[in-house]
Ligand binder design. Structure first.
Ligand code: B12
Ligand code: SF4
Length: 456
């Protein structure tokens, strides 16, 4: 059987003028996971439009099966590709987060759609498809990562990614924040589960080189699993990055084990510095926690923080941008990502906004967390968008980077400057590397910035 698997990209990622490095960070792990279920004699390829051109006009591209993973921002392009293949009589399967949120919308462009994670439904479909009796809709209910076939990393064009060693050892998260995709995606079964520790360690052993990036929503979410994983990784000589929550960082012991096992930077969802917003968004794990204590703990342990903030919640006024950036710089956060609050279909936030008639349009292309798609309460949509861009600019000026780094001891200060500056101040260099298909060459620099100045 001939199978083509596609990760379509949003327009920005395919621009001939400038491609932000974030689109060349991670390979399509979800598709490589699904490819693991195919047989040895199946012919399969993975196309990632973020790093390569997909030309569907080539008339002889007629595989037996096309699989497309659909995110909200790539839905339009995903459907367009699906339609082209179907016009040619090719069977098209659509799955992923957006398909799960809006199955009827996706079904109009597919022969079969998949709701939720694919580990149970996909092998079932493959049997049905080979038997010539595929159903049109598969809904995931059995959630386990036990006995997964190895991920087909051989199908990934490693040299096109800065971080080819991305890895996921769990699915979902134990929390239930209103704005998050998670509850919608995992409806109908468990919404947080992990691999067996030994399987996760074996997957890590298989990855070449030194650097790893855990894409798990919350790597610290199951304490017993995380402790065993970090213990197993100690001594492997890995340097890695991951995501955690405020409360898990404050819990004694776990952070230290992570750093001892090689964690050098952690993504933390602070989301907002307005306490009222946290309650409204059911971000309970952040309520009443001292963000200063979180940053101090991470820095004292020897790691860096990549903080995530969301603007435009109901408690936010026009002052929120400068207050957030001032706080982030004063606390010495190394990197930050800012977002405009975006109600994804399927989330509690979307239902709440829709019921109050506060969703202004359903142009999914613009649901990219950089455009205002709802009616904000404490400011105008224009103020919100302008403030969002200002926050990015102000946080990543050299004086701000310097101020953030200045209060740190020598090695940590250098690391802060190299890491924050490297991401945001050398964009033309990233662009050139991406264009030449050689972005992986910069990985030693990333490893050095993460680890070289680390002295603890
Ligand atoms: C890595 C990542 C990225 C990477 C690359 C994405 C990639 N290569 O896959 C980068 C940095 C480019 C990125 C960018 C963005 N991202 Co992003 N990203 C992620 C992240 C952290 C991990 C994805 C991952 O690898 N998961 C692990 C694999 C194993 O799971 P999976 O990919 O979901 O695949 C499984 C299932 O979905 C399913 N499946 C998927 N497709 C199909 C198809 C079929 C046929 C079947 C059977 C099953 C199936 O089976 C797979 C195995 O279980 C997720 C968060 C998350 N936890 O998923 C956010 C996430 C996907 N990103 C998100 C967003 C919003 C963005 C941005 C818009 C952010 C921005 N402001 O720029 C951009 C634009 C993305 C785009 N191109 O359209 C949202 C998506 C919301 C939505 N409703 O679609 C998420 C969920 C983050 C969040 N919490 O809100 N992202
Ligand atoms: S902690 Fe993060 S991943 Fe978990 S539900 Fe909240 S936003 Fe989603």
């Amino acid at each position: 059987m001939r199978v083509t698997m596609i990760l379509p990209a949003l327009t920005e990622a395919t621009s001939p003028l400038f491609r932000p490095v974030k689109y060349s960070l991670f390979p399509p792990l979800g598709l490589a996971t699904l490819a693991g279920y195919l047989r040895d004699d199946d012919e399969v390829r993975i196309l990632d439009e973020h790093v390569e051109r997909i030309d569907t006009r080539v008339a002889d591209d007629r595989p037996d099966l096309v699989v497309i993973q659909v995110y909200i921002t790539s839905a339009r392009r995903g459907y367009e590709l699906a339609d082209r293949y179907r016009e040619r009589g090719v069977f098209v399967a659509l799955g992923g987060l957006h398909v799960t949120s809006l199955p009827d919308e996706a079904a109009a462009h597919a022969d079969a759609i998949f709701l939720g994670p694919g580990e149970d439904t996909w092998p079932r479909f493959l049997d049905d498809f080979r038997a010539g009796e595929p159903a049109s809709r598969y809904v995931s209910t059995e959630r386990t990562l036990k006995g997964l076939p190895p991920i087909r990393r051989d199908l990934i064009k490693r040299e096109r990614y800065l971080v080819p060693n991305s890895i996921v050892v769990s699915r979902g998260c134990p929390h239930h924040c209103d704005f998050c995709y998670k509850d919608a995606f995992f409806t109908g079964g468990r919404s947080f589960y992990t691999q067996l520790v030994d399987d996760a360690l074996a997957e890590i052993e298989r990855l070449p080189g030194r650097h790893l990036y855990f894409l798990d929503d919350h790597l610290f979410g199951n304490r017993r699993f995380a402790e065993a994983l970090f213990d197993g990784m100690a001594g492997m000589g890995r340097v890695w990055q991951a995501a955690s929550t405020v409360d898990a960082i404050l819990a004694p012991g776990l952070l230290e084990k992570a750093v001892a096992a090689g964690m050098r930077s952690v993504f933390v969802g602070f989301e907002t510095i307005n306490e009222a917003n946290l309650t409204e968004q059911r971000k309970r794990q952040n309520v009443g926690r001292s963000y200063e204590a979180v940053t101090r703990r991470v820095h004292d342990a020897g790691a860096m923080i990549n903080a995530s903030f969301v603007f435009g919640m109901d408690g936010d006024g026009p002052d929120v941008f400068d207050r957030t950036v001032d706080w982030a710089v004063a606390t010495g956060l190394e990197t930050a990502t800012f977002h405009i609050m975006t109600p994804y279909p399927g989330t509690a936030l979307f239902r709440r906004m829709d019921a109050a008639d506060r969703i202004v349009h359903r142009d999914w292309d613009l649901y990219d967390t950089r455009h205002v798609v709802h009616r904000p309460r404490g400011m105008s949509a224009e103020q919100l968008e302008a403030g969002y861009w200002r926050a990015y600019r102000n946080f990543y000026t050299w004086p701000a980077i310097w101020r953030g780094a200045a209060g740190k001891p020598g090695g940590d200060r250098l690391r802060h400057l190299a890491y924050a500056g490297g991401w945001k101040k050398f964009e033309p260099v990233w662009d050139a590397l991406i264009r030449s298909g050689q972005v992986l060459r910069a990985l030693p620099l990333l490893e050095a910035a993460l680890n070289r100045f680390h002295r603890r």
